[in-house]
Design a protein around this ligand. Sequence first.
Ligand code: PEP
Ligand code: MG
Length: 833
Amino acid sequence: MAADLVLLSPMAGWTAALDEVPDPVFAERMLGDGVAIEPTEGLLCAPCDATVISVHAARHAVTLRAAGGVDVLIHIGLETVALGGEGFEAYVSDGQAVTAGQRLIGFDLDRLARRAKSLISPMVITDLAGCTMALRQTGRLVAAGEPLIELTPGEATASEPAPVAGPTVERRLVIPMIHGLHARPAARVAELAKTFPAEVSLATVNRRANAKSPVGVMTLGLRHGDAVLLTATGDQAEAAVAAVAVLIEGGMGEGAPVAAAPGPSETPATALANPGQLRGVMAAPGLAVGKAVRLFRAEIAVVEAGAGSAHEEAALSAALAQVRSRIAVMAGEGDKARRSILGAHAAFLEDPELTGQARRRIGEGKSAGFAWKAAVGDYVEALRGLRDPRMAERVDDLVDLERRVLQALAGEEDRAPDLPSGSILLAEELLPSQLMALDASRLAGICTAKGGPTSHVAILAGAMGVPCLVAAGPSVAAIPDGTCLILDADAGSLQVAPATAALEAAQTALAARHQRRAAARATAREDCRMADGTRIEVFANLGSLGDAQGALAAGAEGCGLLRTEFLFLERETAPDEDEQAAQYRAIAEALEGRPLIVRLLDVGGDKSAAYLPIAAEENPALGVRGVRVLLRRPRLLGAQLRAILRGAPGAKIMAPMVASLAELKAVRSALDEARRDIAFEGRVDLGVMIETPAAAMIADQLAGEADFLSVGTNDLTQYTLAMDRGNPELAAEVDALHPAVLRLIAAAAEGGRKHSLWTGVCGGLAGDVAAAPILIGLGITELSMPGAAIAEVKSMIRTLSPGACRKLAAEALAQDSPQAVRALSNTFLTGGA
Ligand code: PEP
Ligand code: MG
């Protein structure tokens, strides 16, 4: 460029430095340096003479090329791609020459003010073409056409860069981002591509772009479901393709299922095989690479008419006895999870109603098979009719029994398929007995078309350590036996027949994961400190004495949540004070003097105790539960408080489901009374669980009366999002990383800080590796989680610094979805932007 270039304000409005744009893509100048304008009129004009490189399909952004190859992107408002063009009118088209001040795009300012995340509109120079940039003063009102930026040409560059030599690696991708590869994902792709020495490009049928140029990537105009060819040449080409592919295919927090393989007209020159990704709900965590083994059940046919009731009765009795004894054998071989599920199956088989109904039908002349099927069918209908998702999941158990008894009647062997090592099992719905019959050591993963994340199959898979994805949809049935698969249960995806590069990337990730786990386990028992020495306590959630022993072995530094209701679940009568004291003592002793936080009984809602009947409620989750039960039963509360003081005098006490200061004060006075009753002299801390939005919002008031706060993210999420935590259909959406939940956690930590109290987290989010740095950044200093999560969370925390966590947390609070928060944190944890 020979002469200076002046960029005029493209719109009337208030100018601001890019740092003030609440979007890291612009604020951190991932797309380039420039300025932002908060518009006061709905018209965007050309800032200089230029050629239009592209007007985005959603008409919210335009890229221009000025003299000397300077590229300028103007983005109207933030996250306006989601408006899909609504409220925007383009006056120019791609390739058109425009003059400074010419109208480019008109927009409806009022509509934007209502619908967009922000009106602030960045103008960035995505390619300086060797110029230096000078920005005029910002923070003032400007008219369209006022000079804002001067660009001065630098020294001419010596020569064109030499063409890169070396291997070329290609990978075909389908764009999963719902709004396509717009500015933000394009910036991320370029950021990542730039970290590799290889030349990296993205190509459609008629356009190719340098993947290291955000604007180049954007101008491909790739939309959701479009196919694109990713190519890298030269040093680390393979790694570059693998990394960029994982980033794009991961959806960057904006992924949505892609309906079908793109048609041939949309594909790049080389024919495209859609890599195919199915989405599902995680039922057991983990990553697996393996081969598909299909397990789709055939219906077992039954004839209606029996061959005499005596004959059919005898046949049914023999079949029931056979299944019963098989269950007994399996229970004898299994772990706790298996035994309890098989116990439920055995109870169904003994159910006099069920067998009575079958026998009644046999008496009416039906065959044993028909009668059994009909009796089970009635039960299934009845359970489904309760419209309770947890009951509906028990239907699996009944269907399982139906099949096993029918098999026994037909004289069929209940043979498990032969599993080659590294199998990923595919099924429409898996029955508990089918899973138990399999050789877990050969099972790499499970993916079912239907099913819910709290089903018995999910619990079994978790206990077996097998990653499991459920509700992945009917396409699962179309996957042939032997197909290569990547099952990423944590990300909720099943990748079918992945390309070599993705496969290698997954295998590398798997090997790294194993290594990381082993390394994490090796240091799990050491105290947890951040890189600068800041102490973060990592505790375990316990529900039994057995849990305590396992948790210590896993590296727990204490117990941040003892769920006392679990200690006495399978009882008909309430445990008396002495029994309780003995249990608390045993657990405190097992912890060998480490901190113990005992939560007062939390029954009601989804947790029932036979000895504490609670009247049927229209809406139990919003009914008498947690502290509300205790305050209505002062004798029960008093007995538990005294039992804790006697059995575990060093323990802290925590009240569940608090929603008001009055409740906390009432528990405090019950505690004072219990102390007087037994002349307890020592100190005892009383904490509050923050698990209602109300408690989070008045955390500062609660902190004035409490000794510590602990956030229960399971309930806090359920009540904030108004989504039942046990509803399998909503399982994917009940995500505690929702920014609304994070903002409430921030309020809780802030409330604690005001009174110099510590705030911990004891809900499921504490054990989520992607969440821990955000929680720490929000001011959480204690995390309590299931024992199995401790080693990895500790080893990750050791790499963190408080400052970086605070910055991450601030960004997380500004995200607009749990997916975006997760993507942000994953990028942070993998050392990205
Ligand atoms: C919570 O709600 O997050 C919590 C820890 O309590 P529970 O899961 O026992 O309801
Ligand atoms: Mg709770």
